[in-house]
Design a protein around this ligand. Structure first.
Ligand code: HEC
Length: 260
């Protein structure tokens, strides 16, 4: 036996029944769509915090460790909430913050904008959204931005660690039926997303104390996406279009296995 002989428990996609190959294909299609929507969400909720429309390391630093110059309210107006009001209205609110958040100016200029543009969602009934109902509540968000608070990081961490593990467990299990040599490379592809998830989540906290960890957040997110794309494309291709390598084709023939 050559050292390239497949493991006894290894089955290529094309040795599997059509029903399982169909199951894998459906799963890949839906997971792929899910990943695209997740990317759009990540982009929409982080890009632009630093005033520049693209997603940068600076955006991540502001998201996790806060901004030394912005308040939470202003960061939201430049970033995720920018589409909720006109530039002129956003400038009125920023001007009010920089002039010292006086109550009189709030009542005359700002209150109407907040009421019209924000309180539909931020009326205090949803405990996960800052309450913008009235002067006292609004000024709480107009203090210096400290970034995501620890409790919301803990919340997102456990969702991420559980959710991403499920996604990549399914993805890697499907990908394990692909034919790829050398074997260590295949194992590396399988390991990459799991290492990246841990690096990503722990770097959110570390970015709070040491900003350059935002680079680790960025790079691990990129690695995770690259591993996902690679496994997706290789699996889909080998499921339906790949010509079996000799090692597998020989085995199929010698065992006269049916691939029904
Ligand atoms: C359609 C519903 C909706 C409207 C209208 C809305 N928001 Fe939000 N806002 C949200 C949601 C959902 C979140 C949390 C998710 C996120 O950060 O993207 C949020 C988050 C925020 C945050 C916290 C951001 C952070 O994570 O630090 C602030 C501050 C905020 N909004 C301010 C505003 C202001 C000011 C307005 C009005 C100009 C406004 N919002 C209008 C839904 C809304």
């Amino acid at each position: 036996m050559s050292q390239h002989a497949p493991h006894r428990l290894y089955l290529h996609f094309q040795e599997l029944p059509y029903s399982i190959r169909t199951l894998f294909t459906g799963t890949l299609l839906v997971l792929g769509c899910g990943y695209i929507f997740a990317m759009i969400y990540v982009f929409e909720s982080h890009a632009g915090r630093d005033g520049n429309a693209s997603l940068s390391v600076q955006d991540l630093i502001i998201a996790y460790s806060g901004s030394k110059t912005d308040t939470q309210l202003e960061a939201a107006l430049k970033g995720p909430m920018a589409s909720m009001l006109s530039v002129k209205e956003a400038n009125t609110i920023s001007g009010w913050i920089h002039a010292g958040v006086s109550k009189a100016e709030f009542e005359s200029n700002v209150a109407a904008i907040i009421e019209q543009r924000c309180t539909a969602c931020h009326d205090g009934t949803n405990p996960h959204l800052p309450n913008l109902n009235g002067y006292e509540n609004v000024i709480k968000t107009a203090q210096l931005d400290k970034g995501a608070d620890l409790f919301s990081l803990v919340r997102v961490s456990h969702i991420h660690l559980f959710g991403m593990t499920f996604i990549f467990f399914i993805m890697s299990l499907i990908f394990s039926h692909a034919f790829l040599r050398p074997v260590w490379l295949k194992c590396l592809v399988v390991a990459t997303p799991f290492v990246s998830i841990m690096l990503d989540v722990f770097s959110w906290y570390l970015t709070k104390v040491f900003e350059p960890f935002a680079w680790v957040v960025m790079i691990s997110g990129g690695l995770m996406g690259a591993a996902f794309a690679y496994m997706w494309i290789v699996s889909m291709y080998q499921l339906w279009f790949y010509k079996l390598p000799k090692e597998i084709a020989d085995r199929l023939q010698s065992e006269a296995r049916t691939i029904g």
